[in-house]
Design a protein around this ligand. Structure first.
Ligand SMILES: [Zn+2]
Length: 266
């Protein structure tokens, strides 16, 4: 991280750059086992988005407030879970991006919850069809486990150790995703894990969390960079800037280097 993330919510309207890219973290409020807070996905998505925007260090890339609710129906058996479901999240994302795009050149959604995937993919597909410059990126790391296991516990130990009840961290269902997902889709998380954990938090550490976060940030920086450059001239009408969304996350070794400020942007 080099610079400071520009936060959309902190600005006044005349301060907005003429050709802004807005990064919107999308989280969830759902059970994360007996040891991690309900807002885990929102915290991770926001942290990744904020750090990615800070790493880019441009004055035309902003981070929006996190979408704190998501599609978490698979966790609904557990108290604390608050879910919009997929259709409402889809619609929410569509309307947020339509609204953003009346003044922003482009929008990048940063998704922190696997259960949001159908809504995120569906909304982005619809918005691209409508002519909007929008794409999305996951908070993804190689070897990450499924839910409230070592990966998320490490991330939270790095980001918010005060919220981790490490003494209550125990393994849940540790079978592979291929084995678990069909059961989970049919009966929810409770069908495979009594404590809500999919994975094993044993061995989690803040240091591992820092490395995971760095990897996630690098991938998101790559997606934002590929959608940001070249920036259109601020007087150019936005609809012409529609391009196919980058289809995948690429490694971003060069992404921590400062990006040149595009002509006309401030
Ligand atoms: Zn999670």
């Amino acid at each position: 991280m080099t610079g400071r993330a520009l936060r959309l919510a902190d600005l006044t309207w005349p301060e907005l750059p003429p050709s802004a890219t807005v990064v919107v973290p999308v989280g969830s409020l759902e059970q994360h086992g007996p040891h991690l807070p309900l807002e885990t996905d929102a915290l991770v998505a926001e942290a990744v988005a904020v750090r990615a925007v800070a790493a880019l260090d441009r004055d035309d890339v902003l981070v929006a407030p996190v979408v704190a609710y998501g599609a978490s129906g698979e966790h609904q058996h557990f108290a604390g879970t608050v879910s919009t479901g997929t259709p409402v999240l889809h619609l929410l994302l569509v309307e947020l991006v339509r609204s953003l795009r009346t003044w922003a050149a482009r929008v990048v959604l940063v998704n922190g919850h696997g259960g949001n995937l159908d809504a995120v993919r569906g909304a982005v597909g619809q918005l691209v069809d409508e002519g909007h410059d929008v794409t999305w990126a996951p908070c993804a790391a190689v070897g990450a486990d499924l839910h409230a296991g070592r990966t998320e516990t490490s991330l939270l130990l790095h980001l918010r150790p005060d919220l981790v009840r490490l003494d209550r961290a125990v393994a849940g269902a540790t079978a592979s995703a291929a084995e678990l997902l069909p059961l989970l889709r049919a009966g929810g998380v409770v069908a495979v894990s009594a404590n809500g954990v999919l994975g094993d938090p044993a061995g989690a550490s803040a240091e591992e969390g820092r490395a995971l976060l760095e990897e996630m940030v690098g991938r998101v920086v790559a997606v934002i960079s590929s959608s940001v450059e070249p920036a259109p001239s601020p007087v150019e009408p936005a609809p012409s800037s529609v391009e196919p969304a980058p289809s995948s996350v690429e490694p971003a070794p060069s992404s921590v280097e400062p990006v040149e400020t595009p002509q006309g942007a401030r």
